[in-house]
Write a protein that binds this ligand. Structure first.
Ligand SMILES: *[C@@H]1O[C@H](CO)[C@@H](O)[C@H](O)[C@H]1NC(C)=O
Ligand SMILES: *[C@@H]1O[C@H](CO)[C@@H](O)[C@H](O)[C@H]1NC(C)=O
Ligand SMILES: *[C@@H]1O[C@H](CO)[C@@H](O)[C@H](O)[C@H]1NC(C)=O
Length: 324
C-alpha cells in the first residue's frame, strides 16, 4: 500500500486516493493469457454502472449522450474505465447489483455506487452527500450474491440464464476502484489537510481488511492516480483542450454551480428547459460534470493502465490472474 501518496488537490477540494485493485483467483502458466469468465466490481462513481441510479434516482440526460445516447446509470457522457476493461476482455458491460429491472449477471456484477467510500458510512445520503453503500456494505452484498446464486443456479429456471455459474467466482476478474471521496468527505467536515492525511492510514486499514478476505487471489495494484494526475498537468500535450473547466454544467469561470449541476432543468413558460447542458465536443474535455471524468478521459486512463505500466506487479490485465 506504500504506493498511495497524497500528492495533489483535484477540483479544488478533493485530495484523492483512487485505487484500482485487480484480484484474480486462477493460476495458470505464467505467460498464458487469463480467461476471465466475468468481472466483479466494487467501487464508487468512477465505476458505477447503475447502482446509484437504481437506489437514489436515475442520473438525467445528458449523462450517457456520447456513447449510449441515453442515461444509463453512469455519471459520464459515455463509458467508464470498467466498461473499457469489459470490452477488452470480450465481456458484456456490468449490470448493477441493485438494478432490479433488466439485469443479467451471467458475466458479472457491479456493487459500485456513486459517492461510496472505504470507511463505513454512518450517515444517510441526504445528511452526508455520500452513499450509505460504503465498501463494507458492498462486501456484504457480494457475499450474499455469492451465496444465493449458488442456491438459485441449482434450480431449473430462468435464473440459470440470468445468474453466473458457480465457477465464475474463481475465474472472475475482481476490480475495486474506490477512495476518491474518503478524503473529500473529511474535507467537507472542515478538517485540515493534516487531519485528513492522518485519516489515510485508517482508510487503508479498512481497505486492507476487506481485500484480505480473498486470500487465494492474485493481486494487482493499479496506480490510476498518477495517470489521472497527468491528465491535468499535460492536458494539451495529450490532445485535450480543457482540464478543470466543467463540460456539462452552468455558470462561472469553471462552468460549475453546485446548485445547478449537469442535467439540471428549469421551467420556462410551463416547459422544462435544460439549463446545465453539455459542451459541444466532450471528446476534448476531461472534466465532465465537476465531479466525474468524460468518456475521453476514461479511455485515456484505460489505455495507459491496460498494459501494466502503472501496475504493481507490472503486468497487463490479461496476465493479472498469475500470482507473483
Ligand atoms: C463523490 O461524492 C460526490 C457527492 O458528494 C458524488 O457526486 C461523486 O459521485 C463522488 N465521487 C465518486 C468518485 O464516487
Ligand atoms: C444473459 O446474458 C448472456 C450473455 O450475454 C446470454 O447468453 C443470456 O441469454 C442472457 N440472458 C437472458 C435471459 O437474456
Ligand atoms: C464548514 O465550514 C463552512 C464555512 O465556515 C460552514 O458553512 C459549514 O457549515 C461547515 N461544515 C461543517 C460540516 O461543519
Amino acid at each position: 500500500m506504500e504506493a498511495h501518496k497524497l500528492r495533489g488537490v483535484m477540483y479544488g477540494l478533493a485530495v484523492v486516493v483512487p485505487v484500482i485493485m485487480l484480484l484474480q483467483n486462477l493460476v495458470l502458466g505464467a505467460t498464458d493469457e487469463c480467461v476471465y469468465s466475468g468481472i466483479i466490481n466494487l467501487g464508487d462513481s468512477n465505476s458505477d454502472t447503475g447502482g446509484s441510479s437504481a437506489a437514489f434516482g436515475q442520473a438525467p440526460y445528458p449523462h450517457g449522450e456520447t456513447f449510449f445516447h441515453a442515461p444509463v446509470g453512469r455519471l459520464c457522457d459515455g463509458r467508464l474505465i470498467i466498461d473499457f476493461i469489459a470490452e477488452s476482455l470480450g465481456l458484456p458491460y456490468l449490470n448493477a447489483f441493485l438494478d432490479a429491472v433488466g439485469s443479467n449477471f451471467t458475466h458479472g456484477v457491479n456493487f459500485a455506487t456513486a459517492g461510496s467510500i472505504i470507511l463505513p458510512q454512518t450517515r444517510t445520503l441526504k445528511q452526508s452527500g455520500f452513499s450509505p453503500i460504503s465498501l463494507d456494505v458492498q462486501w456484504a452484498q457480494f457475499n450474499d450474491f455469492h451465496r444465493r446464486t449458488q442456491i438459485f443456479c441449482q434450480k431449473e429456471s430462468i435464473f440459470q440464464e440470468l445468474l453466473p455459474k458457480p465457477e465464475l467466482f474463481s475465474r472472475a476478474l475482481y476490480t475495486i476502484d474506490i477512495g476518491q471521496n474518503d478524503s473529500t468527505s473529511s474535507l467537507f467536515l472542515n478538517k485540515s489537510t493534516d487531519q485528513v492525511k492522518a485519516v489515510v492510514p485508517v482508510i487503508m486499514d479498512q481497505f486492507k481488511n476487506i481485500v484480505k478476505d480473498l486470500p487465494l487471489a492474485a493481486f494487482t495494484y493499479v496506480d490510476v492516480y498518477s495517470v489521472k494526475y497527468n491528465l491535468f498537468t499535460q492536458t494539451k500535450k495529450l490532445g485535450f483542450k480543457e482540464s478543470l473547466k466543467t463540460c456539462c454544467g452552468y455558470g462561472g469561470k469553471l462552468n460549475y454551480d453546485k446548485d445547478v449541476v449537469c442535467g439540471a432543468t428549469k421551467k420556462v413558460k410551463g416547459k422544462e428547459v435544460l439549463v446545465a447542458k453539455a459542451c459541444k465536443d466532450p471528446s476534448v474535455w476531461i472534466n465532465w460534470d465537476g465531479f466525474h471524468y468524460t468518456e475521453a478521459a476514461n479511455k485515456y486512463v484505460f489505455d495507459q493502465i491496460v498494459g501494466g505500466s502503472f501496475s504493481d506487479p507490472p503486468i497487463p490485465v490479461k496476465l493479472a490472474c498469475h500470482r507473483h
